[in-house]
Write a protein that binds this ligand. Structure first.
Ligand code: DQA
Length: 196
């Protein structure tokens, strides 16, 4: 089902995220096959509930699946900022880590420091997903992104976050997310918008 969705939109996006937390456990055996059959670079994410995800099983199971994904051919692996080093062992020539921090309630004061401190090595890509409550917060997200060397990912969640997604390239975010199904930003064809 996930691969069918990728095939429907593979010419509209540059990479694909598999949200393992949204899968039924009966689908977990397919996690290792996904990047091999996916026509685009794949990102594996197992999002916890406090970070906005739907993961319900124990943390040990989550780490086991992340570990499996680390050796399965994914180009990127999303690991949280509070995950202890070594909780997921990364093979040499394994995936590049996107080191993420989510704030579902607001936009922390020290955004730039947070963003700068996320990556644990030069290979990791820091990612901040926060919830702006007004244009002031939105402006702070943009300022923080621009102050930190690329590549970095910044996303505003909620209504006030929308401009940070539509203007991701302008903001300097290395990627922005869209959704192959309902429930997120719909995928637009390239150049459907004229924002530069
Ligand atoms: O971390 C993120 C960002 C996201 O939550 C969003 O708000 O677009 C979508 C998730 O799939 C992804 O893992």
């Amino acid at each position: 089902e996930n691969l069918a969705q990728v095939r429907r939109c593979h010419n509209l996006v540059d990479m694909v995220e598999l949200r393992v937390d949204l899968l039924h456990p009966s689908q977990w055996p397919g996690i290792a096959r996904f990047p091999l059959e996916c026509p685009l670079p794949a990102l594996c994410t197992v999002r916890r509930r406090p970070d906005g995800g739907s993961w319900r099983a124990p943390e040990t199971t989550r780490r086991r699946l992340l570990q499996e994904a680390a050796g399965a051919g994914y180009r990127y692996l999303d690991l949280e900022a509070d995950l202890p080093t070594g909780a997921v062992a990364l093979p040499r020539r394994g995936p590049r880590v996107i080191r993420s921090l989510h704030d579902l309630n607001g936009t922390p004061a020290n955004l730039e420091t947070l963003l700068r401190g996320l990556a644990r090595s030069a290979r990791e890509i820091p990612k901040l997903a926060v919830t702006p409550h007004g244009v002031g917060d939105l402006a702070r997200i943009v300022t923080a992104a621009r102050a930190v060397p690329a590549p970095r990912i910044v996303l505003g969640m909620g209504d006030y976050g929308l401009p940070s997604r539509l203007l991701a390239a302008r903001v300097g975010s290395w990627l922005t997310f869209t959704s192959a199904t309902s429930g997120g930003l719909r995928i637009a064809r390239r150049r459907d918008s004229s924002i530069h």
